[in-house]
Ligand binder design. Sequence first.
Ligand code: GTP
Ligand code: MN
Ligand code: MN
Length: 413
Amino acid sequence: EDPDAELAVVSLPSYACQRHTPLQHHNKGLIGALSILAENAELSENEGRGVAFRRAAALLKSLPQEIGRAGQLRGLPCLGDHSLRVIKEVLEDGGCREVEATKESEQFKAMKALTGIFGVGPKTADRWFREGIHTPSDLQRSGHTLNRAQQAGLQHYDDLNLPVTKAEADAICLIVERAVGEVLPGAEITLIGGFRRGKQTGHDVDFLITHPEEGREEGLMVKVVSWLEAQGLLLYQKTTRNSYLEGKDGPARPPSNMDRFERCFSIFRLSAEQLRRTTHSTTDPSSRVNTDLHTVPPQSALRRSDSSAQMDGQVRVESSVWSQGSGSRSWRAVRLDLVVSPYSQFAFALLGWTGSKLFERELRRWAVHERAMTLSSHTLYDSRQKLYLRAGSEQEIFALLGLEYIPPCGRNA
Ligand code: GTP
Ligand code: MN
Ligand code: MN
């Protein structure tokens, strides 16, 4: 392969929602460097700078081949001066000083560690950092009063910072499905977020719940959450009735729909037994995969330990998460997000909660700047015609926006 070859791509459109951005891409080093700077900007609450680096990284993710030299980038959109400088340095020197300095900076490391606590955002983390608190242990020792979310976050810190596997998401899906079926027969549940985009791991599991008869979904969240709590499956939960007016992402919704959109941020207690049951019912035992403790293969967080299985007839659960230290664990904590949407808004909720975050931002930016429309997870408002546009599928929403349909696996911007 000739690194000096000009890119086959003549041009790429500038909005991420106009391009396919696959999960697997060809410029990991460059994207890694830009992502560190994006993360640092976000942790410093410099949103504009963060978005600029994210857009540049997303552009590189949508390229069909590896970049060998900066000349190949000529004519491509989304690459600002700063991003280009970083890219050139990585290509020429194999690394970028600003990126390395950021990675090693005490502030960056502390902000990452502290915002890694569920319930802690950059503002709080920054305040603590300036008080000399750099780690979760520092925080624990400090005697600071923490809210309920932060207490739970600190308590389950290690678990919540371990990636959630697809197998774990599937196990939780079965349980939430059961909860939903028990409290409201006919209700439907859809896996959203990163897993819907084809990711094999995530930082949480996201589900969207609805019922085909409009209105039946009202009060559903409280019932589902109560059912899960009664089974001892939630370690923490906060349920909010999302008033549209409070949202930053759209116009006021018609008063009749005012408090129908509900969401729940929770921490789920996933037992090894629940995971084992799902994995055994969904995977072919002949295709059993052996893994070491650090590399969990796609689709399977589990490995059967044949010797112990033969000895005591039991299956041991082993993966980086499930076997720690001497014994295997009987459960782990997993972040779980639930959203309930009325059927009439389902397509908008599905599109709005599938992500990625940058893809969503780009869709809304496209809508406003190119179509004079306002897109939210509830509706699409056309400000020229002064009316709300309805849609029954994601395909229809893309069409209303004048965009080619991008399937979830192409939304990994
Ligand atoms: P991982 O969980 O790390 O795999 O990535 P993810 O893409 O699933 O991210 P996350 O679970 O944080 O969010 C999933 C989707 O929900 C993203 O598209 C977000 O834009 C969207 N989302 C998260 N919070 C909100 C919110 O408060 N309002 C709305 N409307 N959407 C949100
Ligand atoms: Mn997610
Ligand atoms: Mn989420």
